[in-house]
Ligand binder design. Structure first.
Ligand code: GSH
Length: 256
C-alpha cells in the first residue's frame, strides 16, 4: 500500500452491511461511500431518513484511483453521481438531496426561512468549532493539547445544545443540524476510551441529546462494527494517520 491508511477494512460490516445489501440495484443516484467516514455517514443518514433510492458503491478514498478522481478532484468520500454527473462535499450533498428530491418526505430542512437559516448557522458552528476541536482532541499527543481541545469541544457542544429545542434541533422533527452532528456523536466513545472525554461534562442537555441521536435508527443502520473502526482511529490516536484531515489538523489548519 502507498499509505498505511489504504489498509482499512474494505467493506461495511454489521448493521451497515445489511443496509448496503439492500442498495445494490442501479438507481439515478450512485452513492460513492467510505463505510468508515463520518462526513460520508451524514449523506447516508439523509438518504435513509428520506427513503431516497440510491445505489451504494464502496470506495477507498486513500487509494486516489484515477477513476474516482474524475468524479471528485479532491478524492474524498462522500461523492454522489446523479444522472451521471458528480457532486461532493457532505453538507452540499445533503442540501442537494433536499433540492433534487422535494417529494421525498420528511424534508430535513424546516419550511420557515428563519428556522432554515438558523439550522445553517449552527451547521457552520459544527464545521468551524465542534469538529475541529473533536479532531484536535483525537490527535492530541500531550496533556496540555488534549486539555485545550477537550475544553473547546465541551464549549462547542454546550453552545450547540443550548440551541436544541428538543428532542431534536428544531423540535420534534429531525433536521440537517442533527444529521451533521450525529456521526461524531456516534464516535464519542473513542474519545471517552482514549482522551478522557465525558459526555456529561458538556452538560446534561448535550448528554441527553447525544444519547437520543446515537440511538436513532438511521444512525445505527449506517454504523459498522466498532473493532473495524478502531483500527482506523488507532492511527489517529498515535498521530500517524495521513488523511487530508489528519495533515490539516497536524499543521494547525482547519479540516478540508
Ligand atoms: N469536507 C468533506 C466533506 O464534508 O465531505 C470532508 C470529507 C472527508 O474528509 N472524507 C475523508 C476522505 O475521503 C474520509 S472521512 N479522506 C481521504 C483522504 O484524506 O485522502
Amino acid at each position: 500500500a502507498r499509505l498505511p491508511d489504504e489498509n482499512i477494512h474494505p467493506v461495511a460490516t454489521g448493521r451497515a452491511a445489511e443496509t448496503v445489501a439492500q442498495h445494490q440495484d442501479p438507481q439515478d443516484l450512485v452513492f460513492w461511500s467510505g463505510w468508515f467516514c463520518p462526513f460520508n455517514q451524514r449523506v447516508w443518514i439523509a438518504l435513509e431518513e428520506r427513503g431516497i433510492p440510491y445505489q451504494y458503491k464502496e470506495v477507498n478514498p486513500y487509494k486516489k484511483e484515477p477513476q474516482f478522481l474524475m468524479l471528485n478532484p479532491k478524492g474524498l468520500v462522500p461523492t454522489v453521481e446523479y444522472q451521471d454527473k458528480a457532486l461532493y462535499e457532505s453538507i452540499v450533498l445533503c442540501e442537494f438531496l433536499e433540492d433534487a428530491y422535494p417529494t421525498y418526505k420528511p424534508s430535513l430542512l424546516p419550511s420557515d426561512p428563519y428556522e432554515r437559516a438558523r439550522v445553517r448557522i449552527w451547521i457552520d458552528h459544527v464545521t468551524k468549532n465542534m469538529l475541529q476541536a473533536w479532531q484536535r482532541l483525537l490527535m492530541a499527543q500531550d496533556k496540555a493539547k488534549a486539555d485545550a481541545a477537550r475544553s473547546d469541544l465541551y464549549d462547542a457542544q454546550r453552545k450547540f445544545a443550548a440551541q436544541v429545542k428538543g428532542p431534536y434541533f428544531v423540535g420534534e422533527a429531525l433536521s440537517l443540524a442533527d444529521v451533521m452532528v450525529a456521526p461524531w456523536v456516534a464516535r464519542e466513545y473513542v474519545l471517552e476510551q482514549h482522551r478522557g472525554y465525558d459526555r456529561a461534562a458538556a452538560g446534561g442537555e448535550w448528554k441527553a441529546y447525544a444519547e437520543r441521536l446515537s440511538g436513532r435508527e438511521s444512525v445505527v443502520k449506517t454504523t459498522s462494527e466498532a473493532d473495524k473502526l478502531q483500527v482506523i482511529y488507532d492511527r489517529y490516536l498515535v498521530d500517524e494517520a495521513q488523511s487530508e484531515a489528519a495533515r490539516a489538523i497536524r499543521s494547525g489548519h482547519m479540516m478540508p
